[in-house]
Design a binder for this molecule. Structure first.
Ligand code: ARG
Length: 620
């Protein structure tokens, strides 16, 4: 249930006013959805675009006397219920109704949020239970930057959904089943005859182990045969094989968990092996429906719009990635009762998911989207991470980049950025921007600065701050792009203090906190006793952007696009800068109101930071 006082988004609010106006304007058509958008031009804040579509439907119908679409627009405007949200309306051209929100209403909405919490700004969504399949690396193989993208994007989507009071089942669909395990197990037996007594360390680096066993597999026929037999034994439940398999999985799991811990990511592992027992019954169900056919020795499902069919049983009788995904989808719908199932992988897998979803529709598992909205499935695809050379991101050795190394480097680089700033502190008092950046990070510095002297940070502070700056920068550099586009990984760019970077946003946020700190007013007291006024145009623009937070969240959720929130956040900090440049806060007559606007901006920024997994480095 939405929290008490939840008001939905502004757009939802305006839409409900428009809906009631439409009922009064055109009672004879009762299936018209309100069409409300943010105003494209400066004529208003929102616009209603229903008139043109209504015109052919009401034209000539008994009891109406509209002469043209513009007249319908006039009527829609007049029939809007009396309310305190709308200051004025105007009708343009073929009936576009421009709506200007009232300043007092905007201010009141912000004040409500300040008193009752940001959760009251959560838009209302019609879904309660979601399975979110993300990260999902493969055992014994490298967890590469592609998995980093899936992890970062998935975690952010999970946090957004949870903010909307959706119950999210975070599923790590790890590749822990398949033919490669025969090879790995056989190699383990061969290399470490006493493997059962050895700890997992003995195997050492699992990637190297994988490489070595693959080499053996490719070059030795006899080994290959043994590896293939090992798969059969493992899948048949042979105890020794299962123990070895578990041991290998555990080593990978430990490595994955380390990355998840660094990134502050929560996941529950339900790997491919988990769904294996469900495959036969699921395939039987599909087979009974006549969906499965024989083709070239394999069992397949032919799917409209795809040249080659979806193979669900290989020629050797084994199951594959697709059969596992069909069983997983069945499980998620029937056992986990998910209304929305979301998969986060690179765009390269789009075809695979398209086929799985279509097969599920053929089987009647998913409704026709024209009839019912839920349950539904979505594939959240993303592009490649590129290196400076424009090619797939790799290290010099042409190996894939190790995630842990990458995060370590982000941290050490942001540390040197900070150290450099700290070293300059004594000499460069008027190196404005950088210095302001530095001093705003810690109140302590502010104080020292005022007295003309600074002290060094403790190693611990430095370490913590550089970690938060660095990791935040990596996440933001990924999330700010439309996920479908490839992006170039550049430490220099992502750690820059200027431009659309996490470091800049950290700075902007720190500055807001420092302004609030400079005021002697008690923010908690102001929330209850002062009121916000939006007299200056830049003040109003900031206020309006603040209350559009809900819309940004709604859009990010509907489109499964974290970048929408990054854009919103960056614009917010720019609007704040404009406001701060033209409106004096501390020492002005409007100080109470403006401190509250600063506070509201800080709260919204921190909420989005939380979505994006960025820890603010400055706390009041
Ligand atoms: N393990 C796969 C990979 O690394 C991703 C799995 C995505 N989830 C799924 N249900 N297929 O490409």
């Amino acid at each position: 249930a939405p929290p008490p006082g939840a008001a939905g988004s502004v757009k939802q609010h305006i839409s409900s006013l428009v809906a009631s106006s439409l009922r009064a304007t055109a009672p004879q058509v009762d299936d018209v959805q309100p069409m409300v958008e943010v105003c494209a031009q400066n004529f208003g804040d929102y616009q209603c675009n229903n008139a043109m579509g209504l015109w052919p439907r009401v034209q000539g119908s008994p009891g109406t006397s509209f002469r043209n679409p513009n007249a319908i627009g006039q009527a829609i405007a007049e029939n809007l219920p009396a309310c305190d949200a709308i200051e004025s309306t105007s009708v343009a051209g073929p009936g576009f109704v421009n709506i200007v929100l009232s300043n007092t209403w905007i201010a009141k909405r912000i004040q409500d949020m300040l008193v009752n919490g940001i959760k009251t700004w959560a838009p209302i969504v019609p879904v309660k239970r979601v399975v979110l399949d993300f990260s999902s690396p493969n055992i014994a193989k490298e967890m590469h930057v592609g998995h980093l993208r899936s992890t970062i994007i998935g975690e952010t989507l999970a946090r957004i959904l949870q903010f909307l009071n959706v119950y999210v089942l975070r599923r790590n669909h790890v590749g822990d089943w398949g033919t490669q395990f025969g090879m790995l197990i056989e190699f383990l037996f061969e290399k470490f005859p006493n493997w059962e007594e050895l700890g997992s360390q003995a195997i050492g680096d699992l990637q190297l182990f994988y490489k070595a066993s693959k080499e053996r597999f490719d070059n030795d026929e006899e080994f290959k045969v043994r590896a293939q037999q090992a798969v059969v034994r493992l899948q048949g439940g042979g105890e020794k094989y299962r123990t070895a398999w578990k041991r290998i999985c555990q080593i990978s799991r430990n490595e994955f968990d380390e990355v998840y811990k660094l990134l502050d990511v929560q996941l529950e592992e339900k790997g491919e092996s988990f769904y294996n027992p469900y495959i036969p019954q699921v395939l039987e169900e599909l087979s009974n429906q006549g969906l499965i056919e024989e083709s070239k020795g394999a069992r397949v499902i032919f799917i409209e719009g795809h040249k080659s069919p979806l193979i669900v049983v290989k020629t050797d009788g084994g199951y594959n990635y697709a059969s596992t995904d069909l069983a997983a989808l069945w499980y998620r719908l029937n056992v986990e009762k998910a209304e929305w199932i979301i998969y986060v992988t690179d765009v390269g897998q789009q075809q695979h998911f398209d086929m799985i979803f279509k097969a599920a529709k053929m089987a009647g598992w998913l409704p026709d989207p024209n009839e019912k909205k839920f349950p539904k499935t979505s594939h959240v695809g993303f592009g490649l991470v590129l290196g400076a050379d424009g090619k797939r991101f790799r290290t010099r050795s042409t190996e894939v980049v190790r995630l842990r190394d990458l995060l370590d480097e982000a941290k050490s680089r942001s540390k040197s950025v900070l150290v450099e700033l700290l070293d300059k502190k004594g000499k460069q008092y008027n190196c404005g921007f950088l210095f302001a950046f530095l001093i705003t990070f810690q109140v302590k510095y502010e104080v020292r600065f005022c007295s003309g002297k600074l002290v060094d940070w403790t190693d611990e502070e430095l370490d913590k701050t550089s970690k938060e700056l660095g990791y935040g920068a990596v996440k933001y550099a990924d999330l700010k792009n439309n996920r479908l586009t490839n992006y170039t990984f550049s430490f220099d760019q992502m750690l820059s203090v200027k431009g659309n970077t996490a470091v800049y946003l950290q700075y902007a946020h720190a500055r807001i906190c420092s302004i609030i700190g400079k005021s002697n007013m008690d923010v908690e007291d102001l929330k209850m006793n002062a009121s916000i006024s939006l007299g200056h145009p830049d003040e109003r623009a900031l206020g309006l952007h603040l209350i559009r937070f809900s819309e940004a969240v709604e859009e990010a959720c509907n489109e499964l696009l974290p970048s929408v929130l990054c854009d919103y956040l960056y614009n917010l900090s720019e609007m704040f800068t404009r406001f701060y440049t033209s409106c004096q806060v501390v020492g002005s007559e409007e100080e109470p109101s403006r401190v509250l606007l600063c506070e509201a901006t800080g709260i919204v920024m921190r909420q989005i930071f939380q979505f994006l997994g960025i820890t603010p480095v400055y706390k009041l």
